[in-house]
Each structure stands twice: as C-alpha cells, then as structure tokens.
Design a protein around this ligand. Structure first.
Ligand code: F6P
Length: 543
C-alpha cells in the first residue's frame, strides 16, 4: 500500500498548505488554551508539544493515518507474538521482557517460561556480585565489572547505568567497552586488577568482530596475569542468544545468560544484556525500570491515539518529516545523567526506521526516519545552537529535562531548567525586527542600528517538544525508553517498513572482512578499489 495516495495523507497535505505558513507566535496568540490541548502527562512525565507547528485539527488528521495503516492491528500482532519481523521470520517480543509475570500471549511458545527464570538467575548473580560473594580465581571478591559489547549490547545498558549512577553500588566499578580501537580497552586494562575483575561478554550473535576481539584480548590479559586458563570460568560471563559459542569460548555454562532471537539488539537492554546494569543498580531498581516500561506498554496498548504518548510523539515526527520537510531531529537533554541518551536513540531510531524500502519490498514513496542527533542541551547552547536559532534550517527538537536533581547544589537546577525552557521559547518565538529595533534604538546611531539589525533578528518558528520528567528514577527512565521504542514502532507502521531488521549494516561488515587480510598482504590489496589500495599502501608504510 502506498500511504501517500490514501485519503488520510491527502487530507493532511491539503491542511498543510493552509496551515504551514502560520507562525508559532500566531498559534499561541490565537489559542490561549493551546498548552492544555497540546500536552499530555503520564506517570510523572509531562509531554508538552504546544511548540510544535500544529494544532488539534492537525493531530486529528494525523490520527486518521493510524487507522489507514491498521496500527491497532499491528500493535495486537506484536503483543500477540506474531512474526512481524518478516525478513528475519521472527517475533518481536521485547515487551515480554518487562512483563511482571502474567502469561504472555505468543502464538508458538510460552516466552515467560524463559524470561522469568532468566531474570531470577540474573538477580541471583547480581546479588552475589554486589554482596562480594562472587569470588574470582584467587578467592578475592569481584569488585569490577566490564561489559564488552557494541550497538544494542552496549548503548542501552551504558546509557541507563550513567543515568542511574546516583543509585549505583558504591564499591563496584562497572565499565563499558565497545570500540575496536584498543585505545579504549588498553588503558582500562592498565587500571584493573585481574583477581577482582569480571568480564561480561554481551553479544546476541557471539560473532560480532568488535566484541569478539575485545573479549579475546581481555581473556588473554586475564590468563597471562593469573597464569591459568581455568581462571576464565570465574572471570567471564556471557549474555547471548548463542550459548554454545560462549561455552566454546571457555565460559562456564552456568555463567551464560540467554536471550532469544525475538529480542532485537537495539531492544535488548531489558534482557540479559542488562546484567551489568542490574549489578550496578541492584535487582530491585532494575525491577522498577521494567515496571516503568511495562506501564508505558499498557498505556500504549490501551489509550486512544489522541491521548497516547508514543502515538502522538510518532505523529508529530511524521508531520515534521513528511509534511513540513524536516530531515533531522535534535535530542537535547538538559540533564547530565542523560548524556548517552542521544546515542542510544540514534541506534533505536535510525537502525529501526532508516530505510527506503517498504515491508512489501517496494521503494517507499515518502521519506522515512530523519537524522537523529543530539548533545547535552546546556553544552550545545554554547556550540551548535547558533544554527538552530539563525541557520535557517528546520530542525525539530526534543528537549528532555528532569525537575529534580539527583545531585542538588544550590542554584544549579533552577538555572538549568530556566535555560531549557528559555531555549525552546526562543526557538519558537524568535525576535522580530520591531522587537530588535526597539531594543537597540537609543543605544546607537541610526546608521549603526541599520547595519546591526539583520543580525539581531531571530526567525523563530523552530518546532520542539519538551519532555519534563518529575525525576530521573528507574521507573520514569523505563517509561521514557519504552515511549521512544513505541514511537519507533508507530512510525515504522505508518511508513510501511520493517522496523526490526537491519540489513543495511551488513555490507560494511562484509567489506571490512575482505579488507582485513589486505592490510598486511599487498598482493591481496590489488583486488580492491583504487582508493582503498592507496589507503592501504599509506597504512603499510606507517604501521
Ligand atoms: O551491526 C549492528 C548490530 O547487529 C546491532 O543491531 C546490534 O545491536 C549490534 O550489532 C551488536 O550485535 P551483537 O549483540 O550480536 O554483538
């Protein structure tokens, strides 16, 4: 189905023609109730989208798209365990991973019979490490945990571990290693005590080059330092859907925690991939994280589209991308603890919906995911915000802040929030020529004023949403992540693509494998393209 030829899509197009020239200043001036109409709240999260360039008519028209694509049926199929990841013939059941216990409907198998015991094993393991009862090869307690993984086996747990570091175990250090570049692992190893270090090899496939090489190097380091290959059993655990490969690597069967092919990598932080996080924050806080996500799942399943946070968020993205022409979306947390949230969202959104072929194999007739990027908002203000204010490009923004700080210092939180709210207001309303003129006049000559005036005008009309969390606790964070996950699902359904495969990343892996032997073998390099040959020749000279 080509959604662009649907009546719903055409009605939005027609609406856009009359509506899009209207400035946010006019929208706020003409509708005093705008904030009440265009905001939603759920479980300590306020979602204010009044500064988006839309009104309730726009939203009602966008909701029609969800009916056109049968969103309710797609949602039921996902929660029902159907194999909606058709190109890989897999179910998509990350929602089962945060289920508190009720049976989970699945066509083929009882997933909770696997999920709950694994969660219990993880909790028992985490408790032992936290209590100092997990002993290394020399009998000393484990005090440092290193998660080795990349992509979905790194970004989610690392993001949440940093977000929740205020409640992390004070005597345990947890590190995340992902990069092939030895500049990440080597300096870390120099600081570690092999007798008290536990490596968690997080890899769904247990074949990912980066992870396997880092894991092998860590294993060599451990064996060299402890003098016995038998030490591996005490100092390595695996989080994987391929337990047999982990055992071949030398990891004790009892230290292998499974995940399953129905968990996508970028949705896997709720699975055994979350073990390092669970060790850091404890099983109880981890359970609260899952509970927050589960509550968002229920909200998503049961709330009408107009009041459904993930659906509304998705529809705003569709409006900005497909009707206003945005090609990008900035994620701007005003909260140090959300430092890694933009990177996490980059994988979640762009690996899921960065596609131009539909689920039916046909080229899409419309744009799909915008380029997601971002940075801590307060830091960004003094770097790239200039372009947002005066660069003339349409850059929709997600501002994210928490009202309460986990690290209160007098005056900081008020100033931080004031900056967050000021930026979204300045981007929305800008500064007119008249306002700039009246500010400047009296302080300079008419000639100087005329010269300066164009530089002091801010077009405004830059759309943004603000997600204001009451605080950054595990439950709220769980809900926040699930909110974006379901946003991705809704957008994938509207764009008519498969959000759960990632064939696009395979080409780079295959090409890297073909180049690797040519780094040291000049004969093999001759088969490669001229640019790669040149790069390799320079490399061989200087390596
Ligand atoms: O290369 C992309 C990818 O497959 C991601 O989807 C995944 O999260 C990451 O690599 C890591 O994969 P694995 O967990 O199998 O090592």
């Amino acid at each position: 189905m080509n959604i662009t030829s649907s009546a719903a899509w055409k009605a939005i197009e027609a609406h856009r023609k009359s509506f899009s020239p209207v400035h946010l200043r006019q929208l706020f001036a003409s509708d005093p109730d705008r904030v009440a109409t265009l905001s939603l709240s759920f479980d300590g999260i306020l979602f204010d989208f009044s500064k988006q360039r839309l009104d309730s008519t726009t939203l009602a028209l966008l909701v029609e798209l969800t009916k056109e694509v049968g969103l309710a049926e797609s949602t039921a199929r996902m929660f029902g365990g159907e194999k909606i990841n058709v190109s890989e013939d897999r179910s998509v059941l990350h929602v089962a991973l945060r289920r508190s216990g009720a049976p989970f409907p699945s066509a083929d198998f009882d997933v909770m019979a696997e999920v709950l015991p694994t969660r219990q094993r993880m909790a028992a393991f985490a408790d032992r490490v936290r209590a100092g009862e997990a002993l290394g090869f020399t009998g000393m307690p484990i005090r440092t945990v290193v998660n080795i993984g990349i992509g979905g086996s790194d970004l989610g747990p690392k993001m949440l571990a940093y977000a929740l570091r205020s409640i992390s175990h004070p005597a345990l250090a947890v590190h995340y290693v992902s990069n092939l570049d030895s500049a990440q692992l080597a300096p870390l190893l120099q600081t570690l005590d092999p007798r008290t270090t536990l490596f968690l090899v997080a890899s769904k496939t247990f074949t990912t080059q980066e992870t396997m090489l880092n894991a092998q190097t860590a294993r060599n380091w451990l064996v060299a330092n402890l003098g016995d290959a038998a030490a591996v059993a005490r100092h390595f655990a695996a989080l994987t859907a391929k337990p047999e490969r982990a055992v071949d690597f030398g990891i004790d069967e009892g230290s292998v925690f499974p995940l399953w092919d129905w968990v996508g990598g970028r949705f896997s932080l709720w699975s055994a991939v979350g073990l390092a996080l669970m060790i850091a924050i404890g099983p109880q806080a981890y359970a609260e994280l899952l509970a927050g996500a589960e509550r968002m799942d229920e909200h998503f399943r049961s709330t009408p589209c107009e009041r459904n946070l993930p659906v509304v968020m998705a529809l705003i993205g569709i409006w900005n991308t497909n009707f206003l022409g945005a090609t990008t979306n900035a994620v701007l947390p005003y909260n140090e603890s959300l430092r890694y949230f933009p990177s996490f969202l980059q994988q979640l959104e762009m690996e899921s919906n960065g596609k131009s072929v539909g689920i039916d194999g046909q080229p899409l007739a419309h744009a799909s995911n915008p380029i997601v990027w971002g940075e801590l908002g307060n830091n960004g203000q003094h770097a790239f915000f200039q372009l947002l204010h005066q660069g003339g490009r349409l850059v929709p923004c997600d501002f994210i802040a928490a009202v309460r700080s986990d690290y209160p210092l007098p005056g900081h939180q008020e100033a931080l929030l004031a900056n967050c709210f000021a930026q979204s207001a300045a981007l929305a309303f800008g500064k007119t020529e008249d306002e700039a003129r009246s500010e400047l006049s009296g302080s300079m000559s008419a000639a100087k004023l005329a010269e300066l005036l164009p530089h002091k005008v801010f077009a405004g009309n830059q759309p943004s949403s603000t997600l204001l969390l009451s605080r950054l606790d595990p439950q709220t964070l769980g809900a926040l992540v699930a909110l974006y996950e379901h946003k991705v699902f809704v957008q994938g359904a509207i764009w008519g693509l498969n959000s759960f495969d990632q064939w696009g990343v395979e080409l780079g892996k295959a090409v890297a494998n073909s180049i690797l032997p040519a780094v040291s073998d000049a004969q093999l390099a001759k088969k490669l393209d001229a640019s790669t040959q040149g790069l390799l020749a320079f490399t061989r000279q200087h390596i």
